[in-house]
Design a protein around this ligand. Structure first.
Ligand code: M6P
Ligand code: ZN
Length: 173
């Protein structure tokens, strides 16, 4: 087992993996399909840098500002495959952390610089950027947590976060 360090400057350095999600990768995710088709499909919605270790992983997400129609840019969202939670730490920007249990209970928390938020096991989780600057946050999770995207894609999130009169609103759909 290796003990090592990384540094957080603009990104995690060194990082072990990087994911870039563009609008073209999120066609099933955004609500307003016609508006989505009118946007540049190569636009980057977010980037994730992971520092992976034996049993614990850390990731940095840079979630860009933007909207599809009046729905804000967001992450895909996932459950964990194992019954484990996750901790978020917001570095900068403003966001909403939307959570939905397997029973369909919805909960959300505001993220701003310095917020630490806990996602319980068996809650799908997604982050929404409700500002016009980059939302940057760290996530800590066990390396066996796993990402289950299928279940939440099938069920769908029950809410969308949209801009109404210049302000974010969480709407049940
Ligand atoms: C956070 C963590 C990661 C996740 C990323 C993007 O950094 O929760 O595990 O991959 O956000 O979210 P998603 O995988 O749902 O696209
Ligand atoms: Zn997770």
């Amino acid at each position: 087992m290796e003990a090592r360090t990384a540094r957080l400057e603009d990104i995690i350095s060194p990082f072990d993996s990087k994911i870039v999600r563009k609008l073209r990768d999120m066609r099933e995710i955004f609500y307003f399909k016609d508006e989505l088709n009118n946007l540049d499909q190569n636009k980057i919605v977010y980037e994730v840098y992971e520092f992976k270790n034996n049993d614990l992983n850390l990731s940095l997400t840079l979630l860009y500002p933007g909207k599809v129609g009046n729905e804000y840019f967001m992450t895909k969202g996932h459950y964990h495959e194992k019954e484990v939670g996750e901790i978020y730490y917001c570095i900068k920007g403003r966001g909403l952390l939307v959570m939905q249990s397997r029973k369909g209970e919805v909960n959300y928390l505001e993220l701003e610089k310095g917020t630490i938020a806990y996602v319980p096991p068996n809650y799908a989780h997604r982050v929404v950027n409700i500002s016009d600057e980059v939302l940057s946050f760290l996530a800590f999770y066990t390396s066996d947590a796993g990402h289950d995207y299928k279940s939440i894609e099938k069920e769908g999130f029950k809410v969308i976060v949209i801009e109404v009169d210049g302000k974010p609103e969480v709407k049940f759909i």
